[in-house]
Ligand binder design. Structure first.
Ligand SMILES: CC(C)[C@H](C(=O)O)[C@@H](O)C(=O)O
Ligand code: SF4
Length: 781
């Protein structure tokens, strides 16, 4: 619902409202995007779509690209170019493709030889590209990180990346407002990572579904920008669309002197700060969900299972699944313990660790490294630790750390000092866990296989990971004698120690790494069962029209089926949208020797050819923004998933590919459809009438679908083309933005090209498919 004039507004309402270009009666909104970050994994197919349709990038001045996911973190001393530096073929192809695309489309790019290269979510804030009150998107779920600045920042799928590149807008709808207030104070040794792990433990990984979370309260206010970023970063693990913190003096202090922020002290800076100050939530603003947490209840927290909600205080023990409330939860818990190689009742501090990873977009900033260095100073990693990696989030973080001598502390303690990138957070580069290896990790996801096939991840804060490296087991940092104080809080109250994007020595200290590393979890290009008889969907124009889908539905009973499970990371290295059916549910569908797992539902009759999945567990599609997940389902032949709830980005991505996701929150409705699936009888999904029928024609239940999505599905519409027809409105919006918030037009090295607010690149509707695939699809399956 639009917010009525005079109604108290939340921070989210205000930023959202200020970016509406157009609003339809059904609540579908065309939202203007101020900042677009691009990386190599989720962009190739989007650029390909633009090329095929002859479209341009509308705002190169608002777009910034880098390579981060695939890049090796070994020494760059011998770096000549990316093509010779990256040994693994698919990783190299993705990075080289990005380099070609940024050249072709005139986009600013930080490559491996640039000190500003790093993880997208580290470099955006570091450069002042991320500013309060902006809308920020990236084809990456952890875009939520940028919400720490009071920006509305969220992850999008590749089709949406293409949409933003072409139009600088996104089709979306309002989210719910959720407030998480953390009051009181954090005890020494407790950091922002513990706050967010504690929050996720409390509300669950679906707790924030369909919401934007505003983090507030005295604990949040006291935190530094970097600590706030760690919290907003993991909003996505709480199921939320985004996380936000109202901008304040700590925010403005951080932004002073950043290359792309308005010049400190200028009229523009003063005007910007006045606007930024107006963004906090009004007294009396309404929230759909309110959560209160007392800071003193938070103690250093670690995960024990394979979902970020499986948390326990370090002082606790491995939980006993037999005490879990439902049979489904018990089963899931038993599976997790088996996967993690843990026994119920084991004290967490007795769990022996093999590897330690300090890095990722959650915890690879200078304060994280300072805090970890403080713990390891003068000590050495335990003898059982096979590798302990420090991976700075960007070249500038690395330089800053070296200027402070932190690298020496780490090297003396036995850590590896690496180059910037995503690294072992998801192991698309050679930094991976071997099967059954256990890692103390500062990253954000502990899904099965996340850091390497069969690897075991425990999430925690940088000081806790540092402590684990020293002790050789999961450890309570508060017990390490020299450790005192909470580094994040110190940094917040003392801006003097805040890092700066400018300060770096010219000389680069190189990692000396001669170790030969290989990707060991890259699957063979085996082609297991692919459902070739079904139509492939190219997306965009030429999408198959979805009206009625009839068939046997495959039952699934798992909650939190994450996108890493739908398609593991090793298959994300393609630059195509097609051919991913073979990778669908890879770890569940196939055994280690590549043969089919006979217990997996899609390997059993009558479900082999199912085009519908009925899942009784909550939160289908949680985790990453990879559009590869719906592409894999689609390629396999699955066009509809019915579940009690879905993760937002996955839900969106599916519709962009002409697939219908049906949320059935009513358990009785779901049970009725599930019963038909279990019995192996056909069901019929009737989109025009919004009902699901049994094979005998009985209506099992009705379902909800937004008008605009329904319209696009039934008519197979390309929403980029639709948006381009609104070019006048978009241009008018841009003129207004240039007048009122001129600092949002590209500045610094991102100069806006064009005269007097007139765009150099004009969007125009393109009469052919945006994917260059003019296939005529059947009207119905
Ligand atoms: C590759 C990308 C789509 C993915 C994401 O969206 O999160 C990655 O960054 C991750 O962390 O799994
Ligand atoms: S979560 Fe990991 S893989 Fe994803 S962007 Fe952050 S560091 Fe990279």
């Amino acid at each position: 619902m639009p917010v009525a004039e005079g109604t108290p507004q939340t921070l989210y309402d205000k930023v959202f409202q200020d970016h509406i270009v157009d609003e339809k009666l059904d609540g579908t909104i065309l939202l203007y995007i101020d900042r677009h970050l691009v990386h190599e994994v989720t962009s190739p197919q989007a650029f390909e779509g633009l090329k095929n349709a002859g479209r341009k990038v509308r705002r190169p001045d608002c777009t910034l690209a880098t390579t981060d996911h695939n890049v090796p973190t070994t020494s760059r001393k011998a770096l000549k170019d990316i093509a010779s530096f990256i040994l693994e073929d698919d990783s190299r192809t993705q990075c080289v493709t990005l380099e070609e695309n940024v050249k072709d489309f005139g986009i600013t790019y930080f490559g491996l030889s640039d000190k500003r290269q790093g993880i997208v979510h580290v470099i955006g804030p570091e450069q002042g590209f991320t500013l309060p009150g902006t809308t920020v998107v990236c084809g990456d779920s952890h875009t939520s990180t940028h919400g720490a600045f009071g920006a509305l920042a969220f992850g999008i799928g590749t089709s949406e990346v293409e949409h933003v590149l072409a139009t600088q807008c996104l089709i979306t709808k309002r989210s719910k407002n959720m407030r998480i207030q953390v009051d009181g104070e954090l005890a020494p040794g407790v950091s922002s990572k513990d706050v967010i792990l504690h929050v996720i433990g409390k509300i669950g990984t679906a707790g924030g579904t369909a919401s934007v979370i505003e983090f507030c309260g005295s604990v949040i206010r006291s935190l530094s920008m970097e600590a706030r970023m760690s919290i907003c970063n993991m909003s996505i693990e709480a199921g939320a669309r985004a996380g936000m913190v109202a901008p304040d003096d700590i925010t403005f202090e951080y932004l002073k002197g950043k290359p792309l922020a308005p010049k400190y002290g200028s009229d523009e800076w003063n005007k910007a700060v006045a606007y930024w100050r107006s963004l906090s939530s009004d007294p009396g603003a309404k929230y759909d969900v309110d959560v209160f947490i007392d800071g003193k209840d938070i103690i250093p927290t670690v995960t024990w299972g394979t979902s970020p909600e499986d948390v326990v205080p370090i002082t606790g023990v491995v939980p006993d699944p037999e005490t879990f409330p439902t049979e489904a939860k018990k089963q899931a818990g038993r599976r997790m313990l088996e996967y993690m190689g843990l026994t119920a009742g084991t004290p967490m501090e007795d769990i022996v660790v093999d590897k330690v990873f300090i890095g990722s977009c959650t915890n690879s900033r200078i304060e994280d490294l300072r805090a970890a260095a403080q713990v390891v100073k003068g000590k050495h990693i335990a003898s059982n630790i096979k590798r302990a990696l420090i991976v700075p989030g960007s070249g500038l973080v690395k330089d800053q750390a070296e200027a402070e001598g932190l690298h020496k502390t780490f090297l003396d303690a036995g850590f590896e000092w690496r180059e910037a990138g995503c690294s072992m957070c998801l192991g698309m580069n050679p930094d991976i866990l071997s099967p059954k290896e256990r890692c103390a990790s500062t990253s954000n996801r502990n899904f099965e296989g996340r850091q390497g096939a069969k690897g075991r991840t425990h999430l925690m804060s940088p000081v806790m990971a540092a402590a684990a490296a020293i002790v050789g087991k999961l450890a309570d940092v508060r017990k390490l004698s020299e450790y005192q104080g909470s580094p994040h809080i110190e940094a917040a109250v003392n801006p003097e120690v805040a890092p700066t994007a400018k300060a770096h020595p010219d000389e680069r200290i190189e990692t000396d790494d001669t170790e030969k590393e290989m990707l060991t979890d890259q699957p063979e290009d085996s082609s297991p069962q692919v459902n070739t008889s079904l139509p492939k969907s190219p997306g965009g124009v030429g999408l198959p029209k979805f009206t009625v889908l009839r068939g046997i539905a495959a039952p699934m009973d798992k909650a939190n089926i994450d996108t890493d499970a739908i398609i593991p990371k090793q298959f994300l290295k393609t630059i195509k949208r097609t051919g991913l059916g073979k990778a669908l549910f890879y770890e569940m569908r196939f055994r280690a020797d590549g043969s089919e797992n006979p217990n997996f539902v899609l390997n059993r009759e009558p479900y082999r050819g199912s085009r519908i999945i009925v899942c009784t567990g909550e939160n289908f599609g949680c985790g990453s923004s990879r559009e590869h997940a719906p592409w894999a389902l689609n390629d396999f032949g699955v066009k509809t998933v019915i579940a009690p709830s879905f993760a937002d980005i996955f839900f969106n991505n599916s519709f962009k590919n002409g697939m219908l996701m049906i949320a059935l929150p009513d358990r009785a409705d779901l049970a009725a459809v599930h019963a038909e699936a279990v019995a192996g009888r056909e069901v019929e999904v009737d989109l025009p009438n919004q009902v699901i029928r049994a094979a005998d024609g009985r209506v099992l239940c009705a379902f909800e679908v937004e008008e605009f999505r329904k319209h696009c599905l039934i008519n197979g519409l390309d929403d980029i083309g639709l948006t381009m027809q609104l070019d006048d409105k978009i241009a008018e919006f841009e003129r207004k933005m240039s007048r009122e918030t001129p600092w949002l037009d590209g500045s610094g090295y991102l100069k806006r090209k064009g005269m007097g607010g007139k765009l150099a690149v004009k969007a125009a509707p393109v009469p052919k498919t945006n994917r260059g695939e003019d296939k005529k699809e059947p009207l119905e399956w």
